[in-house]
Design a protein around this ligand. Structure first.
Ligand SMILES: [Zn+2]
Ligand SMILES: [Zn+2]
Length: 345
């Protein structure tokens, strides 16, 4: 089969390659990919602008849905033909205190699909059965493929943040994760919801307005002015950094209310480069968040089943894996919100 393979540790070292079909172990299933989302981290890996270790060569792609085509002999509860999505923790140790308490997203030995083990930008992917969730009836493969980024937002806002109905939330960064944060904030009753991007985010900000942001602006100044107005100068009790760069954190510190919380989802390899003293004078909390767990996945699948999440505006492009480079460029240029890839026909 052909697959999108990151083959080296340098900029641009990704290509479409012929690779053997994966073989499965007793506790795995073989999934035939139906749709796989391109993530911002796939573009960072393409440029090798990453702060995590990449096990090259590796097939990229960690947001996917598919059909089970083969089942390992020890697997119970799943059968050939089942429609499934997969969590991203392809390998966990199973013995550490995080694994044993169900917080396996924090397992120090965790390896994810698409960078640690082979991912889904190919026809077939090997998946340990413990990663699987059933796609509810009536939910398409395309929508289900976005479960993962929706889970990142859910974990950040519902599990790791204090979010209160009737209080404002500022989301920095209108990428897919930021837009799912807007949606989860809306479902949690936060109001008003403000979204801020930068110049060039026009399309994504328009989607933000469509899915529930009352304010969607392209500069920090405009965001702070709007926030000033809606909060009578107090700032946002919750600020979500879904951008990850230094300017985003700086804006978060200025925007957060006293005693408020900044939840940081966005990654960035560059040093912060400014003082964090505002965090202290505001007695604010800076909260990290990472990945998601079984319960998060079931919650998002339940929201998909009841149409509580608006998925159509999130998916702007779909194409075959042979067009991976065009897909990556669409994401990089922020022309796209989410691009879905299919295996070759
Ligand atoms: Zn992702
Ligand atoms: Zn572990």
């Amino acid at each position: 089969m052909r697959a999108v393979v990151k083959y080296g540790q340098g900029d641009g070292e990704v290509e479409l390659r012929e690779v053997p079909e994966p073989t499965i172990g007793p506790q795995d299933v073989l999934v035939e990919t139906q749709a796989a989302g391109v993530c911002g981290s796939d573009i960072e890996m393409w440029h090798h602008d990453v702060t995590f270790r990449v096990n090259t060569p590796v097939i990229q792609g960690h947001e996917f849905s598919g059909i089970i085509r083969e089942v390992g002999r020890e697997v119970q509860g799943f059968a050939v033909g089942d429609r499934v999505v997969s969590e991203t923790a392809a390998y966990i140790c199973g013995r550490c205190r995080y694994c044993l308490t169900g917080e396996y997203n924090l397992c120090p030995e965790r390896l994810g699909f698409g960078y640690g083990t082979d991912g889904a930008f190919a026809r077939y992917v090997r998946v340990p059965a413990r990663c699987l969730h059933r796609i509810p009836e009536g939910v398409s493969f395309e929508h289900a493929a976005l479960t993962e980024p929706a889970c990142v937002a859910y974990n950040a806002l519902v599990v790791k943040s204090r979010i209160r109905p009737g209080e404002p939330v500022l989301v920095i960064g209108p990428g897919p994760i930021g837009l799912f944060c807007v949606q989860i904030a809306r479902l949690s009753g936060a109001s008003p919801i403000l979204l801020v991007g930068t110049e060039g985010d026009g399309k994504r900000l328009a989607v933000g307005r469509q899915i529930g942001a009352e304010v969607a602006v392209a500069s920090a100044e405009e965001a702070l002015a709007a926030l000033q107005e809606v909060s009578e100068g107090y700032g946002a009790p919750l600020v979500v950094d879904a951008a990850g760069n230094s300017a985003a954190l700086r804006l978060a510190l200025e925007a957060v209310a006293r005693n408020g919380q900044i939840t940081k989802i966005g990654w960035g390899p560059a040093p912060v480069g400014f003082s964090l003293d505002l965090l202290l004078t505001k007695a604010a909390t800076l909260q990290g968040t990472y990945s998601h767990t079984w319960r998060t996945w079931e919650a998002i699948l339940s929201l998909l089943k009841t149409d509580a999440l608006q998925m159509e505006p999130m998916i702007t492009h779909q194409m075959g894996i042979e067009d991976w480079e065009r897909a990556y460029r669409l994401v990089e240029s922020r022309e796209a919100v989410k691009v879905l890839l299919w295996p070759e026909g």
